[in-house]
Design a protein around this ligand. Structure first.
Ligand SMILES: O=C(CO)[C@H](O)[C@H](O)COP(=O)(O)O
Length: 229
């Protein structure tokens, strides 16, 4: 059986050049990419890796690769990340991991933000299969919830709860995460700004017009997609 996530990671390797500072996100496609980098010591020894993910950072260190903290740099040559779903404009929903705030910072820091994954992530238009996630400052939670309800009366809001302890899940930045399930998505530009403008919102998980390229692998082979706008 084909391993599309591995095929996408193999194709992504071609974009990494000697001496670059490369950001990497989360997920199994990214784990494949780290393994491939580690398998090329001549290249790997020249790279500096930065990750938005605790799990990926751990793998980078286990592989003996150079890891630098995001808080010591202001730009990346490349940032690779997976997503839950992306569309033909390469707008992406990145909801699963709850780490979209740092993912977004690294994506914005990069000269090129490249989505990688299997072709199943593509949908001509984003739909409501996945929730949109909002990182919220704890002391603004009731206010943000109120404004989300006013702006999106048909949506359902859920504070993400911890499965390992009593109470709310706390993000890497000490904040809450609110999942919004929409009955239908609003135009993405409107969604992007409406949520971001509520005071107390740190970041939401819609990556609107940020990606420069997507590398996806599926039954038809590996495809390199650029934004269709
Ligand atoms: O968006 C993400 C986390 O928020 C991940 O990048 C996404 O879930 C990756 O998945 P995969 O395991 O298919 O590479």
């Amino acid at each position: 059986m084909s391993d599309y996530k591995l095929e996408a990671a193999v194709a992504a390797m071609k974009y990494i050049k000697t001496g670059q500072t490369v950001g990497v996100g989360a997920g199994s496609t990214i784990a494949n990419l780290i393994n491939l980098i580690a398998a090329e010591p001549a290249l790997a020894s020249t790279l500096t890796l930065v990750s938005s993910s605790f799990t990926t950072a751990k793998l980078i260190l286990e592989k003996g690769l150079r890891l630098q903290s995001a808080n010591t740099i202001k730009e990346l040559d490349l940032y690779f990340d997976g997503c839950d779903q992306f569309d033909e404009e390469l707008n992406a929903l990145k909801s699963g991991g709850g780490i979209h705030t740092t993912e977004k910072i690294l994506a914005a820091m990069a000269h090129e933000f490249i989505l990688i994954g299997d072709a199943g992530k593509f949908s001509a238009q984003l739909d409501v299969t996945y929730p949109l996630v909002i990182e919220v400052l704890p002391n603004a939670l009731p206010f943000v919830m109120k404004h989300l309800n006013i702006n999106f009366p048909d949506a359902s809001l859920n504070l993400r709860m911890s499965s390992q302890k009593d109470g709310a899940l706390i993000s890497d930045h000490g904040n809450y995460l609110v999942d919004i399930h929409f009955a239908a998505l609003l135009p993405l530009e409107e969604l992007n700004t409406k949520i971001a403008l509520i005071p107390g919102v740190v970041a939401h998980s819609l990556f609107y017009r940020m990606a420069a390229m997507a590398i996806i692998a599926g039954q038809d082979g590996v495809k390199i997609l650029t934004p269709q706008r």
